[in-house]
Design a binder for this molecule. Structure first.
Ligand SMILES: Nc1ccn([C@@H]2O[C@H](COP(=O)(O)O)[C@@H](O)[C@H]2O)c(=O)n1
Ligand code: CDI
Length: 158
C-alpha cells in the first residue's frame, strides 16, 4: 500500500540564532526563530511523514508549550517521527522538498542537506530531492522576514 504526505512550515528570521536547515548549519547573519531549533525543512519533512500515516502533525507530538522541546534538535524529533512511520511498517519511496528563501543561497548546501534528510529517512540520496527557490523579492520570504519549506513524499508498506 502507498500513502502520500505533504508538509508546509514557516519560521521567522531573526538575529542571534544559528540557521539550521535540513539538519545542516548554514552560515548566515540570521537564524530561524522557534521553540525548537526551528529547522523549517525537518519540521516539514516530519509533518509530511505524519500526514502520510494519518498521525496528525508535529505540534501534536511535540507541543510548543512543553519545555522538553525548548531549543530541541529537530533531527531528534524527526528520528522519533520516523520511528512511528517504521512501526506502522512503511518505508520511503521518495521525497521532494522545496526551501523557499530569498537568502542565503542554498545551492552550496543542497547536497549536504539531501544526504542528511536521506539518512534521517533511512533512504538513499537518490530517493530525496531538495530544491530551493526565491519568491523574486515578493512577500514575507522575498523581504527576508522568514523561510518556508514544502515537502511531498510517498511511503510504501514494506
Ligand atoms: N535561497 C535560494 C534560492 C534559489 N536558489 C537557486 O537559484 C535558482 C533560481 O531561483 P529563482 O527563485 O530565481 O527561481 C533556484 O532554482 C535554485 O537553484 C538557491 O540556491 N538558494
Ligand atoms: C517543533 C516544535 C516543538 O515544540 O516547535 P517550533 O520550533 O516552534 O516549530 P513549529 O513548526 O512552529 O511547531 C512545532 C513544534 O512541534
Amino acid at each position: 500500500m502507498f500513502r502520500i504526505g505533504q508538509g508546509f512550515d514557516v519560521h521567522q528570521l531573526t538575529e542571534g540564532r544559528p540557521l539550521i536547515i535540513g539538519g545542516i548549519e548554514i552560515p548566515y547573519e540570521k537564524g530561524l526563530l522557534g521553540h525548537s531549533d526551528a529547522d523549517v525543512l525537518l519540521h516539514t519533512v516530519a509533518d509530511a511523514c505524519l500526514g502520510a500515516i494519518g498521525e496528525g502533525d508535529i505540534g501534536r507530538h511535540f507541543p510548543d508549550t512543553d519545555p522538553a522541546f525548548k531549543d530541541a534538535d529537530s533531527a531528534k524529533l524527526m528520528e522519533h517521527v520516523w520511528g512511528i512511520v517504521k512501526e506502522k511498517g512503511y518505508k520511503l519511496v521518495n521525497a521532494d522538498c522545496t526551501i523557499i528563501a530569498q537568502k542565503p543561497k542554498m545551492a552550496p548546501y543542497i547536497e549536504q542537506i539531501r544526504d542528511r534528510v536521506a539518512e534521517l529517512l533511512e533512504a538513499s540520496a537518490e530517493q530525496v530531492n531538495i530544491k530551493a527557490t526565491t519568491t523574486e523579492k515578493l512577500g514575507f520570504t522575498g523581504r527576508g522576514e522568514g523561510i518556508a519549506a514544502q515537502v511531498a513524499l510517498l511511503l510504501q508498506k514494506a
